[in-house]
Design a binder for this molecule. Structure first.
Ligand SMILES: O=C[C@H](O)[C@H](O)COP(=O)(O)O
Ligand SMILES: C=C(OP(=O)(O)O)C(=O)O
Ligand SMILES: [Mn+2]
Length: 441
């Protein structure tokens, strides 16, 4: 499929240099087994169809950029734990199923604002994610290396294997996850504000226990993988024809999205996404016109298949209240069946005086509020949240109930790309959204 796309402009691709190393890596990837199965992608599509009908909520979250070194049991466990904790709070508050999707097991490729980076007079290629080059500022590390795609495949397999084991093997038990939330509320200053809502979840769980509601759903969860479909050599090498249906699926992840910088209607990324049968997303920034949106939907989902298409809006707190309504109105008038999800991260990035890329927790929350307000006023469904987060106590975003100041960012600034909400900030976001849902139901 890569060759079929070769005629089209493809933004944000590395210059690999060595053609034979590239051919070797692609051949190796082509021979690898799928990371996910097409039937799982179809099941996720069904779940997302419920989101588009207003009957479910999507929680999508994880790192901006995963790293090969980050695939440790502790790291993956902490991230999953945070996602599951958020999901319980949101399920209760929304009174609907929460579809859980990680930005994990494949989120290794990054689009950049600039192709190169200069430090102390030296200019090197920008870091494009572990799947392309290394973050270290040396010529060797920054030289794109196709063999990294095979490492990314293996790292994704390891992360997915661990994730499947965790969520299927008792770690996701609802009572256990709620106990973690109770702990957060009881023991952290930031959590205390949410005692009331945590108490109500507690009551609901006790009631379920008393009447002996126990099902697989209490002990296990479905958790799907997702990443940006950015690096076309990788994604096309992992696209396979499904033996059941004869249709192509990108088996590198369940859900793939096209980013803000690569969603050109006539570009290779949109063409690629239109050809695979996975559920797909498109990021929608403040410059998107309603005509762009309709054209994207026509190209990506001409059949209007429920669950196929998700728009992930990332307008910025200041723009969402004016920017989002015309898009939704036109989509509604055109009868689109897409889901609408809010990414409150990517429109709110700024540089702190220390030089760290950061985001204010209050801006993130304000964009989420704007998202709910707009949907409520138009009668459309605020379908979910897409966030960059980690389960660790990093200091990358400022603010929150256990506040991080701009001059405290360097204490534990570990991201290799964008600033993530830490564990406390992520849980707070879930509780604040829960409060919002309670008042707007
Ligand atoms: O998520 C990713 C970033 O927003 C994107 O890679 C751009 O980052 P940059 O402006 O640091 O290049
Ligand atoms: C690059 C990203 O987002 P966007 O395409 O919306 O800028 C991202 O999700 O990390
Ligand atoms: Mn990002």
């Amino acid at each position: 499929m890569r060759s079929a796309l070769a005629e089209l402009p493809a933004a944000q691709q590395p210059e690999w240099g060595d053609a034979s190393r590239l051919a070797d890596a692609v051949a190796e990837l082509r021979a690898m087994p799928p990371l996910v199965f097409a039937g799982e992608c179809d099941l996720l599509k069904q779940r997302l169809a419920a989101v588009s009908r207003g009957e479910a909520f999507l929680l999508q979250g994880g790192d901006c950029a995963e790293t090969f070194d980050g695939i440790t049991a502790d790291n993956v466990r902490a991230k999953l734990k945070t996602l599951l904790q958020m999901a319980v709070v949101l399920t209760y508050a929304a009174s609907m199923p929460v579809v859980k999707v990680g930005r994990l097991a494949g989120q290794y490729a990054k689009p950049r604002s600039k192709p190169s980076e200069t430090r102390d007079g030296e200019t090197l290629p920008a870091f494009r994610g572990d799947i392309v080059n290394g973050v270290e500022f040396t010529e060797q590390a920054r030289t794109p290396d196709p063999a990294r795609m095979v490492r990314a495949y293996n790292a994704s397999a390891a992360a997915l294997n661990l994730t499947r084991a965790f969520v299927g093997g008792g770690f996701a038990d609802l009572h256990q996850v709620h106990a973690w939330n109770t702990d957060f509320v009881r023991t952290s200053p930031a959590g205390q504000r949410y005692e009331r809502i945590a108490g109500r979840i507690d009551q609901a769980l006790r009631f379920m226990r008393a009447i002996d509601v126990d099902s697989e759903n209490v002990r296990k969860v479905e958790l799907y993988s997702s990443h940006e479909a950015l690096l076309l050599d990788y994604e096309t090498a992992l696209t396979r024809v499904d033996s059941r249906t004869g249709a192509p699926y990108d088996v590198s992840g369940h859900f793939l999205w096209v980013g803000e910088r690569t969603r050109q209607l006539d570009g290779a990324h949109i063409e690629f996404a239109s050809r695979i049968r996975n559920p797909i997303g498109v990021k929608v920034g403040p410059k998107t016109t309603s005509d762009d949106l309709i054209a994207l939907a026509e190209k990506l989902d001409p059949e209007r298949e429920p669950g196929r298409l998700t728009f992930v809006t990332r307008m910025g707190a200041e723009k969402i209240r004016d920017g989002l309504p015309p898009l939704i109105e036109k989509a509604m008038a055109s009868g689109l069946v897409a889901s609408w999800v809010c990414d409150p991260m990517h429109g709110n990035t700024y540089e702190a005086p220390s030089g760290h890329k950061t985001r204010r927790f209050d801006d993130v929350m304000d964009e989420v509020r704007g998202f709910f307000e707009v949907h409520r006023s138009l009668g459309s469904h605020p379908g979910g949240l897409h966030v960059e987060l980690t389960g660790d106590d990093v200091t990358e975003c400022v603010g929150g109930g256990d506040p991080i100041a701009e001059d405290g960012l360097s204490r534990r600034y570990e991201t290799v790309c964008d600033p993530r909400l830490n564990r406390t900030q992520s849980l707070e976001l879930a509780f604040l959204v829960a409060e919002l849902l309670e008042t707007t139901h």
